[in-house]
Every structure is written in C-alpha cells, then in structure tokens.
Design a protein around this ligand. Structure first.
Ligand code: TXA
Ligand code: MG
Length: 352
C-alpha cells in the first residue's frame, strides 16, 4: 500500500484535502491526523474492520483499548451509555476541546474491539482545527491511537508517522508539528473518586481545581496485560538504544552524567539534555540533543518525542538523560521518560 501525504495548513484549511481524507475513512481506510497532543491513527469507530486494521497497522495487541475522538458532544450518543458520570459535564465544559480523555460507561452497541472488552470507553474532543474538520467531514466518531508502531515514541510530526507507518496506512495529513507534544491526560470518572490513569496535557492541579481531589493510579503497574490502562506498560516510548535516566537537583544530575561519560571513554554516548547542558556535552565531545530550557515545562513536553527519536537515530551505545523538575506538564514528561527507561531511574548523588 502506498501511503499518501495530504498537506493541510491548520490556519487555512483546504476543504478538498479534508474531503479526500474523509472519503478514505468512510471507505474503511486509515488516515493519520494531527491533534494538539500527538498525531493519531484515525479509523471509523463504527466500522469494525477499520478498527481491526488499526491494531494491525500499529502491531498493537488487541488487549490495549482505543480512544474515540469526537468533534461535538452529540457524537457521543452512539459511543457512551447514559447517564453520564458525575463530573462529566463540569470537566467537558472546562477542558473540551483539549487534551483530556475521559473514561465513561460504553454504549452496549459499541464494538468490544475498541474497548478491549472493558465496560468503559475512553472519549476525547481534540483541540485541533484539522482533527475537528476531519471528524465532521467523516460524519462518524474516529478511533485514534497515537500513530506510531507499538511501544515506540508517539509521533509529533507527519515525518514521524511516515517513519513508523509508511506502507501500512492509506494517508497522513501533514499539518506541521503538534503543539502539546505529550498525549492527553486519561481520567477515569467511573469510580467514586476520579483517578488519573495517564498523566498528560492537562495537569492534576488543573483537574483538582475543577472537581476536587483525584488520585494518580500507580505508574508501576507494568508488564501485566490486565492493568487498567494496558497501554501503560513499562516498556513504552522505547528508543532502541538503552537509556539511562537520572533524577535529582540540576547540578547533581549534570555532575553524575559527566562522571559517567568520563568513566566510559570507550562508549559512544548520546546525551538528551537541556540548554544548560549543551556546553558541557561539547567540552566532553559527547553527541547532544536538547529538550530546551529545563524550567519551561511546555517547551520540554513539546520537544520530548522529537528529541527521543533524534537521539535514538544517533545509534550510540547508550543514551543519558534526566528529568525536568517542574510541577506542570513536566509530570507527564517524567512519566514518559520513566517508561522510556523501562522503569529504571538513577538517583544522582549529592555533589556537596
Ligand atoms: O493524546 C492522545 O490521547 C492521543 C491522540 C491521538 O488523541 N491518543 C493516544 O492514544 O495517546 P493511545 O491509544 O496511544 O493511548 C490511549 C491509552 C492507552 O494506554 C489505552 O490503554 C488507554 O488509553 N485506554 C483506552 N481505552 C481505555 C479503557 N476503556 N480503559 C482503560 N484505558 C483505556
Ligand atoms: Mg500510544
């Protein structure tokens, strides 16, 4: 299959391009589309064959359920069972369209393939004009997992999508890089106390400001296909190169990475660091990719998956990186780095 690229400027949407992509979707095909978080691999949620094809294209196990994307609240009538959980209306009025996915009871008629047999379905209204236009033109809700091969970093550009899925899907809409850079936050509102199953573009503090205390479901659940959000397996977002993740105060982390580089002169090391690390890496003669200013959470999130892919392409023996410390979307970045490191974290020793 040849994957076609449909370029669409989000500022001046070409309706012919959207109509073309919508036609592919209505015929049961797969189209990668931009959202504000990452690119998604879209298919008609009401077409079981299209849903099955998504799992095939990604190499994703069918135990890992999909998010249904809508453009209007009315689109949920064939997706969710009524009544909606408490908090649904409040949360959607605050955060939709936007990077918040809600777990709600599924409609009895909705395909079990989408929900992997769960009684809940994950729903979201993306805040991207191209995604909105595509859903409306298709006239159906769209299932869309991140448009990467299973367990690889999520794609934040059409280039990333093609790298993973060229020849496996019908089309990709290229609308430039995505804005947020990490996936949506997944919030389960079917339990007495709402709980975050995946940290993402909307922070815990933002949610708590609207509905009060929420818990964060253990990030360590791992290696078990029966966990609540099966996509939260530890081995996720993995570069092919082994990755050493450092944690601690900025100066201690930098010192620990320098010590590692100096004590492994025979190793090809690639450093996925921050602006303040660049000159140190240059002095050491170590290959370097920057995630930007460590104190700018939004910018680090925006650059994360691009950085992970770029540093992996250097084909080093090992990648060294460290966590951002902020309490905004940096929490989601720490979660993704933790999974990229398959759950191994190195605490940097205090330097003084
Ligand atoms: O930002 C995003 O959410 C992106 C864009 C494309 O919308 N989508 C995305 O989808 O990240 P995906 O499939 O890569 O991740 C969805 C996660 C998976 O970890 C899956 O296990 C979880 O959502 N999920 C979906 N339905 C679920 C359900 N009924 N119960 C528990 N977890 C669910
Ligand atoms: Mg994914």
């Amino acid at each position: 299959m040849k994957t076609i690229r449909i370029a669409i400027d989000p500022q001046a949407i070409d309706q012919a391009g959207i109509a073309h992509a919508a036609g592919i979707l209505r015929a049961g095909g797969l189209v990668a589309m931009p959202t504000e978080t990452v690119y998604g691999l879209a298919g008609n949620a009401l077409d079981e064959r299209a849903v099955a094809a998504i799992f095939q294209a990604k190499g994703r196990p069918t135990t890992d359920p999909l998010i249904v994307h809508v453009a209007d609240l009315a689109d949920l009538s064939t997706i969710c069972a009524t009544p909606m959980p408490a908090h649904f209306a409040t949360l959607t009025s605050h955060f939709w369209p936007g990077p918040l996915t809600l777990l709600v009871p599924k409609h009895p008629q909705l395909s079990d393939l989408i929900t992997a047999g769960h009684t809940t379905v994950a729903v979201r209204m993306p805040a991207h004009p191209v995604a909105t236009a595509l859903i409306r033109a298709s006239g159906v809700p769209l299932v869309a997992p991140s448009a990467n091969l299973f367990s690889r970093p999520s794609p934040t550009s059409a280039h990333h999508v093609l790298h993973d899925l060229a020849g496996r899907i019908d089309a990709v809409i290229d609308a430039g890089p995505t804005q947020v850079g990490v996936e949506s936050t997944i919030l389960d509102i079917t339990t007495p106390q709402a709980r975050i199953l995946r940290q993402g573009g909307v922070t815990r503090a933002q949610i708590e400001a609207v509905i009060g205390p929420v818990t964060i479901h253990s990030q360590h659940a791992a290696h078990d296909t029966a966990v609540m959000a099966p996509g939260l397996l530890l081995k996720h977002y993995s570069p092919r190169t082994p990755l050493r993740l450092y944690r601690g105060p900025i100066a201690d982390v930098q010192q620990a990475i320098v010590a590692f580089c100096q004590s492994h002169p025979q190793m090809r090391i690639a450093w996925l660091g921050y602006t303040h690390d660049a000159h140190v890496a240059a002095t050491l003669g170590v290959q370097f990719v920057s995630l930007g200013d460590i104190s700018d959470d939004e910018s680090v999130a925006h650059h994360l998956f691009e950085g992970l892919r770029a540093v992996d392409l250097l084909q080093a023996d090992v990648i060294v990186t460290s966590e951002p410390l902020g309490d905004g979307v940096a929490a989601a970045v720490r979660d993704r780095l933790f999974r990229a490191a398959e759950g191994r974290v190195i605490e940097a020793p205090a330097t003084n």
